[in-house]
Design a protein around this ligand. Structure first.
Ligand SMILES: Nc1ncnc2c1ncn2[C@@H]1O[C@H](COP(=O)(O)OP(=O)(O)OP(=O)(O)O)[C@@H](O)[C@H]1O
Ligand SMILES: [Mg+2]
Length: 230
């Protein structure tokens, strides 16, 4: 009987190292981090403040370059690609929920969620329909015409999640996406992320301080001082 070939990982990171600062002030934040993520897999990263979780997500999201090591997305070596290629990959394959959510304050909730779809070439009507569906799923549909800066912290966080999911990205990188939410909404948002991953075949890397949520991922990677613990 022939074996079904296993799918190659959607994301591979090998021996990533990263430092900040110059000369005496230089400090190593990531030391030899390696990680493989399968298509459709949900992986959580948990660890104390300052251990390098956001730094790692920035590297994996091609927002910063590692000092050394390799990142492959869809088998393609992207850590050394040009800025133009990296931007194209970000727009096409990645969705971000930032720790400090970075919505566009002067746009409404609906406009914020529609924006990545409009950038990807969707018509205004299609983008609006998709954005409205996500806002319904996140219990925000009645606030869709409110400006982002007139929403509560937790509401803004849910808009940021809807925005990250809008284009059905291959990989969602979520940094503390439930940090501002109460227990009920944390669970709801987590379920939505996982459910959307299943539906769309997306993979998720989720940074969280919440051990209950971390354990609900397919895999949990505890991190300490710039490394994954054994
Ligand atoms: N741009 C920067 N310049 C200098 N140092 C930085 C920079 N960004 C992060 N650091 C330092 O790198 C270390 C790791 O930061 P990082 O934000 O990755 O931590 P974290 O694990 O995400 O923490 P938290 O759980 O508090 O969000 C910290 O000591 C931080 O001060
Ligand atoms: Mg962080």
């Amino acid at each position: 009987m022939s074996e079904i070939p296993s799918q190659p990982p959607i994301l591979q990171a090998k021996d990533l190292k990263h430092s900040f600062g110059e000369g005496e002030a230089r400090s190593t934040v990531l030391q030899e981090i390696s990680l493989e993520l399968k298509a459709g897999e949900t992986c959580s990263i948990i660890g104390p403040s300052g251990c390098g979780k956001s730094t790692l997500l920035y590297l994996l999201g091609l927002l910063d370059k590692p000092d050394s090591g390799e990142i492959k997305i869809n088998q393609r070596l992207v850590s050394e690609a040009s800025e133009m290629e990296r931007t194209a990959i970000r727009n096409e394959l990645l969705g971000f929920v930032f720790q400090f959510h970075f919505l566009i304050r002067e746009l409404t909730a609906l406009e914020n969620v529609s924006l990545p779809l409009r950038k990807a070439g969707d018509s205004k009507k299609d983008a609006t329909l998709r954005a409205e569906k996500l806002l319904v799923d996140l219990d925000l549909v009645d606030k869709r015409h409110r400006l982002a800066n007139k929403l509560s912290g937790g509401e803004q966080q849910r808009v940021a999640i809807a925005r990250a999911l809008a284009t059905s990205p291959a990989i969602v990188l979520a940094d503390e996406p439930t940090g501002n939410l109460d227990a009920r909404n944390s669970n709801k948002v987590f379920d939505l992320l996982v459910q959307s991953a299943r539906e769309e075949g997306s993979s998720i890397i989720l940074v969280t301080h919440n051990p209950d949520l971390a354990e609900r991922a397919d895999r949990c990677l505890p991190m300490l001082d710039g490394r994954f613990e054994e």
